[in-house]
Design a protein around this ligand. Structure first.
Ligand SMILES: Nc1nc2c(ncn2[C@@H]2O[C@H](COP(=O)(O)OP(=O)(O)OP(=O)(O)O)[C@@H](O)[C@H]2O)c(=O)[nH]1
Ligand SMILES: [Mg+2]
Length: 256
């Protein structure tokens, strides 16, 4: 496996963080490096993260932020830390939900795909295919399908699932610029990442998202109880999607 940093955003994950899973995965894959980003959890998340990180200083790192900044900003800060760690020479940098709704085993499949020179990013995709175990509540599934369809229309991209909390990117100067500024949205920052890459690819004209992004249909994915997502977040998400549409549309208008 190429040297890969995985940012794990953690907010009140005392009960869901699986110490053994992270430690045994790191044991199997010495080239994996986990960066846990905790932003003022009110439970014993930091103690559990410390427990995990005891396993190895060379494969685990724990960041505690000064205040709760939300999933998007916590992940961005983790990426900046990984990019900053030049001596580690990470080939890939990704993020992974702490609840392991996407099992860690999928990471090595993503990094294999990233070994192809033309592949710049791999996204987990929750596609209910035969002999694939994608377990979501029906409400999350259908709401997810509506949102994903709207997101793909806004991005004008044939993407099936933008919201899966398992994504890995090649560590390139373009990645650095995409994560350089805080995101303007929170829960749907994944869509803003894609929008930023689309604008960048158009301005550079060297590569396109369609040719360099891979959606990997996950073999296993399961909803883990204890989601931080609240009902109102679905409303906020639709406003956030409109914000990204405006951002993309205005940049498109500018480029014509
Ligand atoms: N650091 C940080 N992480 C957060 C925050 N909110 C959520 N997260 C993390 O984001 C990840 C996803 O959160 P979940 O509560 O599992 O959300 P979900 O319902 O699964 O939603 P999806 O991400 O769409 O699957 C978990 O690792 C959370 O700990 C936050 O405010 N700060
Ligand atoms: Mg989850």
């Amino acid at each position: 496996m190429q040297k890969t940093a995985i940012v794990v955003p953690c907010f009140n994950e005392e009960k869901r963080l699986n110490v053994r899973e992270f430690q045994s995965y790191a044991e199997k894959f010495p080239d994996i490096f986990f960066i846990f980003v905790n932003d003022c959890s009110t439970d014993k998340t930091i103690q559990v993260i410390d427990e995990i990180c005891k396993f190895s200083e060379t494969q685990m790192f724990s960041m505690s932020l000064e205040r709760n900044v939300g999933k998007a900003e916590a992940i961005r800060r983790g990426f900046l830390k990984a990019i900053e760690m030049e001596s580690m020479c990470f080939k890939n940098i990704g993020f992974w939900d702490a609840d392991l709704s996407t099992p860690l085993e999928a990471i090595s499949r993503f990094t294999q795909l990233l070994e192809s020179p033309e592949v710049l990013m791999v996204f987990g995709s929750r596609v209910r295919l035969l002999n694939h175990n994608i377990n979501r509540t029906s409400s999350r599934h259908y709401l997810g399908r509506i949102f994903a369809t709207l997101a793909s229309l806004v991005l004008n991209l044939k993407i099936y699932d933008t919201q899966c909390g398992a994504k890995i990117f090649k560590n390139t100067p373009d990645l650095k610029s995409v994560f350089a500024q805080p995101f303007s949205v929170n829960w749907i920052f994944d869509v803003e990442i894609l929008a930023r890459f689309i604008i960048l690819s158009k301005s550079k004209g060297k590569w396109s998202i369609e040719d360099s992004a891979v959606e990997y249909p996950l073999k296993n994915w399961h909803d883990v109880a204890g989601s931080k997502l609240k009902k109102r977040d679905f409303i906020i998400a639709s406003f956030e999607l409109f914000k990204i549409y405006k951002y993309l549309y205005l940049s498109r208008k500018k480029s014509y």
